[in-house]
Design a protein around this ligand. Sequence first.
Ligand SMILES: NC(=O)c1ccc[n+]([C@@H]2O[C@H](COP(=O)([O-])OP(=O)(O)OC[C@H]3O[C@@H](n4cnc5c(N)ncnc54)[C@H](OP(=O)(O)O)[C@@H]3O)[C@@H](O)[C@H]2O)c1
Length: 329
Amino acid sequence: MKTIAVKDPGPHYQLVLDEEPLPSPGAGSVLIKVAAAGLNNADLLQARGKYPPPPGAAPILGMEVSGTVAALGEGVQDFAVGDRVCALLPGGGYAEYAVADAGSVLPVPTGIDLVEAAGLPEAAFTAWTNIVDAGRLAAGETLLVHGGTSGIGSLAIQIFAARGHTVFATAGSDAKCEACRTFGAARAINYRQQDFVAAVKDATGGKGVDVILDMVGGDYIQRNLEAAAVWGRIVNIAYQSGVTAEVNFAPMLAKRLTLAATTLRGRTPAQKRAIRDALLAQVWPGLGTRVRPAIERVFALEKAQKAHESMAAGGHVGKILLSLGVPQG
Ligand SMILES: NC(=O)c1ccc[n+]([C@@H]2O[C@H](COP(=O)([O-])OP(=O)(O)OC[C@H]3O[C@@H](n4cnc5c(N)ncnc54)[C@H](OP(=O)(O)O)[C@@H]3O)[C@@H](O)[C@H]2O)c1
């Protein structure tokens, strides 16, 4: 099968077309004929040699795909050959065929096309488990999403605004802020021009926000403590501005805050299945109309290098995908 290989892993890596034997699905897994694969920042880090796949994962890049079920491993009963699905993978997505644990597979929602669906799994799993499981966002509570136009942020705003939450978002340009409002943000803050702490305090009558999803870190670690409401929860999924900071923890004590951070890729299949089941029950029924993945651009698989360069440049709103040119239907 056709795959993408990383030539010269490191700062100047090249993504090139390659051939690999067809993988076979083990017990509890499904083989997916890939229609499209979603790009993630982790793919760029892996290609730079900085983020090895977890033990047992395919060394090929790609943590999410959409496509049709081509074969079932022993014991899989929830899916049938030919089903249109999307799946979270520990690796192996930049290929004609990929193997997924059945517990990380979801049906393509009605109203979402097969290629678009590749932009759902990583963002949906990450948004849900960090905002609901770790962040414990409750009915009526407010949410602040940093990186509002990221793949994760763009879907998180839509999901939680549609569930009735007041969502605030930060982004680095007025155009990106406008996109955040289109996704449903009640207020979008251009962090290059405005202090998000003052903006969310202003928007909440001085109370602050209940849950913060942060992928920035660095000086945001202190500022998130300032922006949080009493009993607030702050969840980090990345530290793009840095993993170190000098922090005054007084607001944590005074406001009884929770500071958390989680990763998704290394979780067990059972843990991912639990998130998949919650998404199926809580999020999938609302997809396809108001809530849908924001897709910046779809590149052909053989243009993976160009797709990575586009993601590294950072101008995107939503997801960048690789298409395998599989006919839709
Ligand atoms: N822990 C986990 O389980 C998990 C899972 C998936 C992804 N992640 C991480 O989550 C992040 C988002 O992933 P993604 O695929 O959605 O990425 P993405 O689409 O490339 O988005 C990255 C976002 O980060 C923002 N950003 C970057 N540097 C910033 C800075 N210094 N200050 C403020 N904003 C900054 C950018 O917004 P502006 O252009 O507006 O600056 C951009 O929207 C990545 O770092 C990824 O590695 C973590």
